[in-house]
Design a protein around this ligand. Structure first.
Ligand code: NAD
Length: 567
């Protein structure tokens, strides 16, 4: 019998062994140096806040924080009255990270294999030769591991002091994730890595012995949800058509993975194929109870990804959806709320959309008016093959389409509101004025994982002028998505350790179930029902930075830099 991710061959591969330090081997005849993005935080943490409102206890960090905002009321005369608001919070961040498991749905795919390979190469200090010289492993592209925040100024030099996000609070190091998961394709991970054609051969060659004994767990396959062209790789399936039995099976897999690997916590993340949208049907998936009943009766509209989400919620482990489909049907969100479990999604924001969320904001905030944004993609990997089917493409088209909506809605100087358009035309307008926006995706096998994203921004300038800006963005899809997967898992695990209370009253409680703080990494961020989605990449990053600072009791020291503005 082939060993599975749950049953590693003893002594053969050690992707499930937690090393105490980075093991810098001399693989390939060259000593691997630890890249700064893979460095460990010093014992006891890098940062210590000296303040009465921040208390370092044995179990964690307790911090007082005042959330300052403003309420704006529009009067009958159209004038705005602004009232300052203040709310006091206390945050408690448990400092023990423990052993963390990362279970990927779609482990044998391009992203899944690249995540495991990156973890192993960093953990074992495997460097490799390319035509440009020796390459060291790293976590470049991870906002947690490879980007910094401004903490304050050095009183002696007056210079800004920056720290990596990973040093702000106790977080799991990506080398330490115990990685496993499921795939409908039963190929062992070394062969799946070869199939993916993402990494250089000299690296793959050294990873084969570490990956050949890892085999994805069998998974759920409902052919109607992914493209028909995926059928030929579906050879590793949980038998039967009983969806309740499938749910129980996945729950048992999570429990076994946790027990077998002596884990303190687990994060489950969907990086499997994009599914079609599930129809939202009253009585089927609109409430938590109806959704559970729909699973019992094996209703056609319950998708595999929703089964994984429900299993994770019921097991109390965070579930993140890295694909665009509507895994989180209303009943699934209600179920997460009921169990105070954590969910996050949807769809990794790795390339085109990330650039768009910056460029569109730049244009609108510069007072320039985008009239149309036309986006084309072609890619040759299995993701592209799956997306060549209309229903799966439609899921992607939806998640890519709404990215500029909030920036446009925020500027009623450039864009007329729905009310203005309704008043002008006499016909009800719901969306308001917005740029034309199209998204096209084509499968071009020859280019493999190297995706090309081509965007044209066509905008209105002063006095009727026009501006055309073209972007040609070419990069390995999975080398962009992999660091996001690490970020999502690291932050989701951290957020399970943060509790809060308001006005110093009552017990500390967990954060709200939908982890919208993960929005930076996600194309169509899932937010608390009834609240607005923020797509601006800068605002998403600010939110994350401010939250981490709030957990340390620090006010957001933004870019006011008053000392440079006064005498
Ligand atoms: P991939 O096709 O290489 O991998 C997906 C894997 O999922 C395959 O191995 C497939 O066998 C497996 N799978 C399908 N259905 C499954 C199920 N029910 N259970 C378990 N495994 C299943 O794709 P990829 O390039 O790794 O991308 C993964 C997902 O991430 C896609 O949905 C893609 O749209 C999404 N995504 C990727 C990026 C990126 O790579 N830059 C960005 C955004 C979103």
């Amino acid at each position: 019998m082939s060993p599975t991710a749950l049953n590693p061959v003893p002594g053969h591969h050690d992707s499930f062994v937690l090393p105490s330090t980075n093991d810098n081997g001399h693989a390939n005849g060259v000593e691997a140096k630890v890249h700064a993005s893979a460095r460990r935080t010093p014992e006891g943490g890098l940062i210590k806040v000296e303040s009465d409102s921040t208390v370092y206890g044995e179990d964690g960090i307790k911090a007082k924080f005042t959330d300052r905002g403003a309420e704006v009321v529009k009067g009958a005369d159209g004038k705005l009255t602004v009232k300052k608001t203040e709310k006091s919070f206390e945050f408690f961040t448990k400092s023990k990270v423990g052993r963390v498991g990362l279970m990927l749905v779609g482990l044998g795919g391009n992203n899944g294999t690249t995540v495991l390979a990156t973890n192993l190469a960093n953990k074992h200090g495997i460097s490799w030769r390319t035509k440009d010289g020796v390459q060291q492993p790293n976590y470049i592209g991870s906002v947690v591991r490879a980007s910094t925040v401004r903490l304050g100024t050095d009183p002696e030099t007056g210079k800004d002091v920056f720290v990596p996000i990973s040093d702000m609070l106790p977080m799991v190091h990506p080398n330490d994730f115990v990685i496993g998961g499921w795939d409908i394709s039963g190929l062992s991970m070394d062969k799946a890595m070869l199939r993916a054609k993402v990494l250089e051969w000299d690296l793959q060659r050294q990873l084969i012995p570490l990956m050949e004994s890892v085999k994805p767990l069998p998974s759920i396959y409902y052919p109607d949800f992914i493209a028909a062209n995926q059928a030929d790789r579906a050879d590793n399936l949980i038998p039967g058509e009983d969806k309740k039995a499938h749910l129980d099976h996945i729950r048992a897999d999570i429990r076994k993975f946790k027990a077998d690997n002596d884990l303190d916590s687990v994060v489950v993340l969907w990086t499997a194929n994009t599914e079609r949208y599930a129809d939202i049907i009253p009585g089927v998936n609109d409430t938590a109870d109806n959704l559970l009943k729909a699973v019992e009766s094996s209703h056609d509209e319950v998708a595999p990804s929703t089964i994984f989400a429900i299993a994770s919620i019921l097991e109390g482990v965070p579930f993140i959806n890295g694909s665009p489909q509507n895994t989180f049907v209303p009943g699934c969100i209600e179920l997460a709320e009921r169990h105070k479990a954590f969910i996050g999604g949807d769809d990794f924001k790795s390339g085109q959309t990330k650039v768009k969320s910056v460029l569109a904001e730049f244009l609108v905030n510069a007072g320039i008016k985008p009239l149309s944004i036309s986006s084309y993609n072609h890619l040759g990997n299995n993701d592209g093959k799956n997306l060549s089917s209309h229903k799966q493409f439609r899921s992607k088209e939806i998640s890519k389409s709404s990215v500029v909506d909030d920036m446009v809605a925020a500027n009623n100087v450039l864009y007329k509101t729905a009310a203005e358009l309704t008043a002008e035309s006499g016909e009800v307008n719901k969306k308001g004025e917005h740029p034309d926006h199209i998204v096209v995706i084509k499968h071009v096998p020859a280019v493999g994982d190297s995706k090309r994203a081509i965007d044209e921004y066509y905008s209105e300038l002063l006095m009727g002028g026009r501006n055309v800006m073209n972007i040609f963005n070419e990069c390995e899809d999975s080398l962009l998505a992999t660091p996001l997967i690490f970020d999502l898992a690291i932050l989701a695990e951290l957020l399970t350790r943060v509790t809060y209370r308001e006005n110093a009253q009552g017990d500390f409680q967990p954060l709200y179930s939908v982890l919208s703080l993960l929005s930076y990494m996600l194309k169509a961020p899932l937010v608390k029902p009834g609240t607005d989605v923020v797509n601006s990449l800068n605002r998403q990053r600010n939110a994350l930075e401010q939250f981490l600072k709030a957990c340390l009791g620090l006010e957001h020291s933004g870019d006011l830099l008053l000392n440079t503005r006064v005498w």
